[in-house]
Design a protein around this ligand. Structure first.
Ligand SMILES: [Cu+2]
Length: 66
């Protein structure tokens, strides 16, 4: 799925968002495109679970498409 995320600005954000997802699914593949404000996720997690993970980490999810 692709997730549009607001508020990511640097490498620290990349690590924080990646960890938030991999804490919930250790096998998840996460790729953050800072410029596009987009996170590509391959995971057994649902879009709602990924949204919750990113929101809990302190970022705003603007939308997902699975
Ligand atoms: Cu940052």
């Amino acid at each position: 799925m692709q997730v549009q995320v607001e508020g990511m600005s640097c490498g620290h954000c990349v690590k924080t968002v990646t960890r938030a997802i991999t804490e919930r699914d250790a096998n998840a593949k996460v790729n953050v495109d800072l410029g596009a404000g987009r996170v590509d996720v391959e995971s057994r997690l649902s879009p709602a679970e990924v949204t919750a993970a990113i929101t809990d980490a302190g970022y705003t999810v603007k939308g997902t498409n699975a």
